[in-house]
Design a protein. Structure first.
Length: 134
């Protein structure tokens, strides 16, 4: 029995975390146990599809299963595309340069996160209580 190589990668964006598993297969892509074509909204689906379009030949060799949780739909889409691109780059190192030339965020995580709230800030990170001198 031939040993099959399974690639596991993860991606993060803000509070969203995505875990991608790439198994040898026929090119099926599932996000949270649903086909990619059923993923909504359309903007998020197109964002997820970017690394798949750049690596057409490599994608046909794998079945990709992604689970994403936390954050909003936009953060999840960015986390998913990061996890998929990292997995494909692990399989074929020449894809790493293709991804970096297209968009650095496909390989390198965006580390910016929401700023924490401060005391006396009225629900915002930097807003302070107004002072009145009259």
């Amino acid at each position: 029995m031939a040993k099959t190589k399974i690639i596991n990668q993860s991606g993060k964006r803000k509070k969203a975390i995505a875990r991608a598993t790439l198994k040898p297969g026929t090119g099926k892509i599932y996000v949270n146990n649903k086909e990619l074509e059923l993923h909504t909204p359309k903007m998020a689906r197109e964002r997820i599809r970017e690394p798949l379009v750049l690596a057409k030949d490599a994608v046909k060799k794998f079945d990709i299963q992604v689970s994403a949780k936390g954050g909003g739909f936009a953060s999840q889409a960015d986390a998913i595309r990061l996890a998929i691109a990292k997995g494909l780059a692990e399989h074929d190192s020449s894809l790493k340069d293709v991804f970096l030339d297209y968009d650095r965020q496909l390989i390198v995580a965006d580390v910016r996160v929401r700023e924490t709230r401060k005391p006396n800030s009225h629900g915002k990170a930097r807003a302070k209580r107004q002072k009145s001198y009259r």
